[in-house]
Write a protein that binds this ligand. Structure first.
Ligand SMILES: Nc1nc2c(ncn2[C@@H]2O[C@H](COP(=O)(O)OP(=O)(O)OP(=O)(O)O)[C@@H](O)[C@H]2O)c(=O)[nH]1
Ligand SMILES: [Mg+2]
Length: 294
């Protein structure tokens, strides 16, 4: 069998499980995940190499609405470009839930794109008999290449999804060495891991006004010394992130440090500061420094 290699962009409304699905396919927690919508902000490619295929799985932000216009626009535009540039689109939807937000995402995918629908979270579907009519209704929305029910959580049917995806990728040699897992470096993941902990530890609204910048990342022998800043949009947010006697910040930082140590395979010394940067999400220069597309 000939080798194939190509890009698969995972599109879908916020919270559908795009990042979870990438992690499940890779068998490794690479992309950050939370139960809050609009968690992913950066494009990230997970590289999965099998015997006969290299899948370049591009994690996209769900449609962003929570920031100042500038960041929303930049992220949504960038996601759209990635969808246009890929070999294959995977539209991730939740089983038994297809609504206006999903339809809006589909509406932004070019007509000529080849789309495989991953119907995720089938572990939550109490009545499996409802799946078939759901798939039938969904298949009328567009001429999809395939619809594959899966669960990122239980791993059910992921081999079938990979088989179907391979069918839509071009023949060609691997683009990355087979032991490489992503296109990003440890510094990027350090910021992402810390931001994930903010999303998980803070209440409903605050994570959207926060951002993380890694100020320095140094390797000293087997120790990684990482200094990071949490940027908050308003003075009044600072004490909430820090918490009583510094308790919240301490928890966030120690969650993050533990995960970094597992991921990087060595000790991490992590220093985290909280800084007010008013309106960072509408400041073009700040956004560029944070690694967002201009
Ligand atoms: N039960 C169940 N939950 C899932 C599954 N896949 C994802 N989730 C949960 O759904 C929530 C959202 O998952 P994410 O992977 O962050 O979703 P996303 O589509 O990347 O979201 P954004 O980055 O915000 O656009 C998290 O709480 C996940 O644990 C699944 O197969 N089954
Ligand atoms: Mg995500």
């Amino acid at each position: 069998m000939s080798f194939r290699c190509g890009t698969v962009a995972l599109a879908g409304r916020p919270n559908a499980g795009k990042s979870s699905l990438i992690n499940a396919l890779l068998g490794e927690k690479l992309a950050i995940v939370s139960d809050k919508a609009q968690t992913t902000r950066h494009l990230l490619t997970g590289v999965l190499t099998t015997e006969d295929c290299q899948y370049l799985l591009v994690d996209l932000p769900g449609y962003q609405t929570r920031h100042a216009g500038m960041l929303n626009r930049a992220l949504n535009r960038r996601a759209l470009e990635a969808v246009r540039d890929c070999d294959l689109v995977t539209l991730v939807v939740e089983a038994l839930r297809y609504g206006s937000e999903d339809r809006a995402v589909l509406g932004r995918i070019p007509r000529e794109a080849r789309i495989v629908v991953a119907v995720n979270k089938i572990d939550l579907a109490r009545d499996r008999a409802e799946l078939l009519p759901f798939l039938q209704r969904l298949s009328q929305e567009r001429d999809f290449a395939a619809l594959v029910p899966v669960s990122a959580r239980s791993g059910e049917n992921l081999p079938e999804l990979l088989r179907v995806l391979r069918g839509g990728l071009p023949e060609g040699p691997a683009a990355y060495p087979e032991d490489q897992l992503s296109d990003r470096n440890e510094r990027f993941f350090a910021a992402e891991i810390l931001r994930e902990k903010l999303f998980r530890r803070l209440g409903e609204e605050l994570p959207y006004s926060c951002e993380v910048a890694v100020e320095s990342f140094r390797e000293e022998g087997r120790l990684r010394r990482i200094e990071a800043t949490i940027l908050v949009g308003r003075e009044s947010h600072k004490p909430i992130v820090i918490g009583k006697g510094g308790a919240t910040l301490k928890r966030i930082a120690s969650d993050a440090r533990r995960e970094m140590e597992t991921r990087f395979g060595g000790k991490v010394a992590l220093g985290v500061w909280v800084k007010v940067k008013r309106d960072w999400s509408s400041d073009a220069r700040a956004l560029r420094q944070l690694g967002y597309p201009a």
